[in-house]
Design a protein around this ligand. Sequence first.
Ligand SMILES: Cc1ncc(COP(=O)(O)O)c(C=O)c1O
Length: 381
Amino acid sequence: MKVEFYRHNIGEVEKERVVKALDSIFLTTGDIVYEFEQKLAQYLQVERSVALMSCTAALHLSLLALDIGPGDEVITTPMTFIATANSILHAGATPVFVDVEPETGNLDVNRVEAAITEKTKAIMPVHLYGHMCDMLALRTLANKYNLKIIEDAAHCLEGIRDGFHPGQLGDAACFSFYATKSITCGEGGAVGVNSSDMAEKLRKLALHGMSRSAADRYHGQYKHWDMELLGWKYNLNNIQAAMLTPQLELANDRLAQREKICQKYEAAFKEVEGIDFPKVLAGTKSARHLFTIWVDPQLRDQFMSEIASRGVSVAVNYRAVHLLSYYKETYNFEPGRFPEAERIGNSTITLPLYNRLTDEEVDYVIATVKSVVSKNYSGVS
Ligand SMILES: Cc1ncc(COP(=O)(O)O)c(C=O)c1O
């Protein structure tokens, strides 16, 4: 059997909407994007959302919109995809890593305060695998030191903690619609915010700092536009948004299906010697974006190749960012600096998790992983 790492959910409805968008006169950012933005803001229960071409763009522009740049420090986690820390560098600021909680892999709020200096301007937590960070505690800390919070919610569109969605306690929450995300248009992103001023600034920054978008210029008589600040070119287009809206409408139903798959994985791996996995903490509804297991770091790569050779595609999310060559060499990081992130980075294996997984495939993944890992502990070859 071959089990793919991911298969998207694009179906007939999305295809019809894309064809409709292609048949219209307006292909770039316009009404279809605005409709998606409204629905996304409603879904998240935030005031506004701005759709962009990636989560990386969303993180970058959120920093710029909050006036964070050269000379500023932003506290973040080393247990993430490089986009998080890279976006801080793109803004000209400095990422300051803080180690993660052992149970979830999320930024450890208890260690954040010690990393705050007079240069700290913001905290960028990552809701790893769909499990939200402790946003109530982070907000309290941020208020105490007058810091902004930019949530990397690339994994966490559907997540909730203590009754709050991403974007409700942060100054901005950034989402990804990249090819393997729970809703996707190939490449895409968005920011959720609770301030209209911030939304307008983000929109402007996403379009070279122009005072009018193409849609504004198209409707009605021509009016001159101005460039009010230096922006980038990060807008999402109508064709992409056409695909996203129908998927957003099904997001909660699809999360419920993934939750069942995760519970099956957890029940199956709970008693297996040599397998552990991140916990979902009380008060949290995980978006269940990725399911990872933790195995002996000495055996991780061997397990991965054995699992793959039996037809199950697996991945690593993530090796700790501070030990990747660029960060290691630029900032002289040595192994041992962030032990929890390193432990996870060296022991983690991500298993297939998506709505199109069949029961047979889930059973096959479980049987394969169990047999590969158990073989090692029972001494059977
Ligand atoms: C945690 C995290 N942050 C940011 C990103 C960047 O998203 P995008 O590819 O939409 O720029 C990703 C992408 O996978 C991610 O996993």
